[in-house]
Design a protein around this ligand. Structure first.
Ligand code: WTA
Length: 649
């Protein structure tokens, strides 16, 4: 296995946590019935969930169709996703129920009920229609974390346009690329949003991005930051002005179960981000199912808070579609966790009486760093379940989360999934599964997982590659505009099955321990960034001749981006300038933590850059066999310098 080091670092975690009687007695599931049912016939199992959790305007005739690698779910069925997330709750008399407790970073608040969310969504759907958006079009969304982001997504769903949300931290160039790939017609953005006490400009960046696009006809701008912006006549419109004139009624049009719901771009092993395609019926079924059962949602009493941004898949599935389909009440927070103080999250938990809390290991490790006294300032006794997502959670962070946030009583669900899987795949069920700190435990009911070795042979115990053996309702339907890349990326490494790109280990009790990516994708603070993408950004700078990028283990962010750069003749190495250049090319999330300048990169005799070796250097490990190197002195020099100057922020 490639990640022997990660296996070592796990140690042999022996602690176990059995669901408490108190939790089990109230849990939606406290026995193995769902697993048993799904193992009998997983298609029938999902069909039952689709019937129970989703409202269809037309029954499907075939639950699942599988022409490897292309799947369809609930074929022939029709539904409207926004109807499922909004109308049906209002029609059932729950219009006054709070959908979002919105908390702005400066401390402003808004309470949005299901009736209000439905009203705004209908109006905005009419706004989009008025701008000429029709079923099948793509709409780009580049927004801060405000309710209008969810409204924009739901309005697209209502009229059958696919949204493509781009995280607000991405640069103008990244936005340009994504708009062009999707050939989007309309862009929805805001003047700016709040972050760490300041406004970060979105409209300004969007204007820059639009210089490189030709498909966008109209831009809708939400006023949030109040910052100065330029409105382009004929192209740009204020959200509040269009909404004031919009017809309040837009009936939910029935859509085919396989209607494209959204595209979400994610990093792969090559430089070009891929537009992951998700459709309607299957996606919504698994989103609702997992949100209900993994978080043990009691929609009438729970207050749920997922700290992700809508720009990532976690925000799509576990802020917008899953929770709203289930009629949940949730908290939406705009800003950073340390404004104005390091206890902002815990203050919010106390203020709204949050019961279910879902965040990422990188955040948990940051909270650990800030100290036990921060959560101790607040009454967190409303919490009854905690979740983790985005990267492997190390046992120390798990234990800290358990003790200092969960008061040693909340079950923790460590949920493994991907942009491509659409919804949670591997996780405990909190009333059923005995957990071990750091293990995501088992595949959910209806999900087939298997570890295999290099040659695709079944692995019973120990390390291997994580594969998924059967189609699942929320699975990606492809890569936008590139079916060959879809087949090649996910279905060719191990024929007949989906290769997740992750390594994992099975312990003696059959528990799964995720070990991180085995390909050239880094995971920095739970965000996927490809090494090639950062390398291309670096090489596009005039001073750079060649670059190699690796993800090195980092105590807080999981991995940190370390770059090795050789310069063109006559140029001086300017680390800050290169870091800023990467921020412009991709976004500040992709800035290398450290850049080492070197006259040469370590290469095999056939000229391949030895990234594995550079990772060893970056992580301070002793190098094994370097005999395949063309010039071993290159590495000795890098190693000497890495030892002298540990990577700093
Ligand atoms: C990693 C985020 C270990 C994994 C939902 C995966 C995890 C990638 C976990 C997908 C977890 C996500 N334990 N690793 N609980 N959850 N990952 O597409 O490497 O942003 O392949 O989706 O994150 O990242 P993505």
């Amino acid at each position: 296995m490639t990640d022997a080091h990660a296996i070592d670092s796990l140690g042999w975690e022996r602690r176990t946590f059995v669901p408490s009687d108190a939790f089990r007695s109230n849990a939606l599931v406290s026995d193995h019935s769902l697993y048993d049912e799904a193992s009998q016939d997983s298609t029938a199992f999902w069909a039952k969930q689709a019937r129970e959790l989703i409202s269809w305007s037309k029954e499907w005739h075939t639950a699942s169709e599988w022409n490897l690698p292309f799947a369809k779910w609930f074929v022939g069925g029709e539904l409207n996703v926004s109807y499922n997330c909004l109308d049906r709750h209002v029609l059932a008399g729950r219009g006054d129920k709070v959908a979002f407790h919105f908390e702005g970073e400066p401390g402003d608040t808004r309470t949005v009920t299901y009736a209000q969310l439905l009203d705004e969504t209908q109006r905005f759907a009419n706004v989009l229609k008025g701008l000429g958006v029709v079923k099948g079009d793509r709409v780009n969304i580049y927004m801060p974390m405000i309710p209008e982001a969810a409204i924009a997504m739901l309005a697209c769903a209502r009229i059958g346009a696919a949204h493509s949300v781009v995280f607000g931290g991405f640069s103008a160039i990244s936005l340009t690329d994504r708009i062009n790939d999707a050939e989007a017609k309309v862009l929805i953005t805001a003047d700016g949003g709040w972050r760490r006490g300041e406004i970060f400009p979105l409209k300004h960046t969007a204007d820059e991005a639009l210089l490189g696009t030709s498909t966008i006809t109209d831009v809708v701008v939400v006023r949030r930051g109040g910052n100065e912006i330029t409105m382009h006549d004929g192209r740009d419109h204020w959200y509040h002005e269009l909404m004031a004139q919009a017809d309040p009624v837009c009936p939910p049009e029935p859509m085919d179960s396989e209607q494209l719901l959204f595209l979400l771009y994610t990093s792969g092993t090559t430089g070009k981000p891929k537009g992951i395609m998700h459709t309607s019926g299957g996606y919504l079924t698994q989103a609702a199912f997992t949100h209900k059962y993994v978080f043990d949602l009691h929609a009438d009493t729970d207050v749920y808070w997922c700290t992700a941004d809508v720009g990532w898949i976690t925000g799509h599935t576990y802020i917008v579609y899953g929770p709203l389909a289930n009629g949940a009440t949730q908290v939406m927070y705009e800003g950073v966790p340390n404004f104005p103080g390091n206890d902002r999250m815990w203050q919010i938990v106390e203020k709204y009486g949050v019961t279910l809390f879902y965040t990422a290991p990188t955040a948990i490790r940051t909270f650990m760093k800030w100290g036990d006294h921060e959560p101790a300032k607040h009454d967190l006794s409303s919490l009854r379940l905690l979740g983790s997502v985005g990267e492997p959670i190390n046992p120390e962070a798990w234990m800290w989360y358990h003790e200092h946030i969960g008061g040693s009583t909340c079950p923790i669900v460590d949920t493994w999934w991907q942009t491509e899987t659409g919804a949670i795949m591997i996780s405990p069920l909190p009333g059923v599964t005995t957990t071990k700190p750091g293990s995501a435990t088992f595949g959910l009911p209806g999900i087939g997982t298997e570890l295999v070795d290099e040659s695709g042979e079944h692995v019973e115990r120990g390390g291997g590659y994580l594969t998924l053996t059967q189609p699942w309702p929320a699975m990606l339907r492809g890569i936008w505009g590139d079916p060959d890349r879809y087949r090649e990326t996910y279905w060719s490494r191990f024929p007949g099955r989906y290769f997740a790109g992750d390594g994992a280990k099975l312990d003696d009790d059959g528990y799964l321990w995720l070990l991180g990516r085995v390909d050239d994708v880094m995971n920095v603070s739970g965000h996927r960034i490809s090494t090639t993408e950062v390398e291309s950004a670096l090489v596009s700078h005039p001073s750079v001749c060649e670059a190699a990028v690796v993800g090195a283990l980092d105590a807080t962010t999981g991995q940190a981006i370390i770059a090795y750069v050789t310069l063109r003749g006559g140029f001086e190495g300017d680390e800050q300038a290169l870091r800023n250049h990467v921020a412009v090319e991709i976004g500040s999330i992709a800035k290398p933590k450290a850049i080492y300048f070197t006259p040469d990169l370590p290469k095999t005799r056939s000229g391949k850059i030895m990234r594995r070796l550079l990772r060893d250097v970056a992580e301070g490990r002793n190098l094994g066999d370097t005999s395949t190197l063309a010039d071993a002195s290159v590495v000795n020099e890098l190693q000497r310098r890495a030892a002298e100057a540990p990577a700093e922020d």
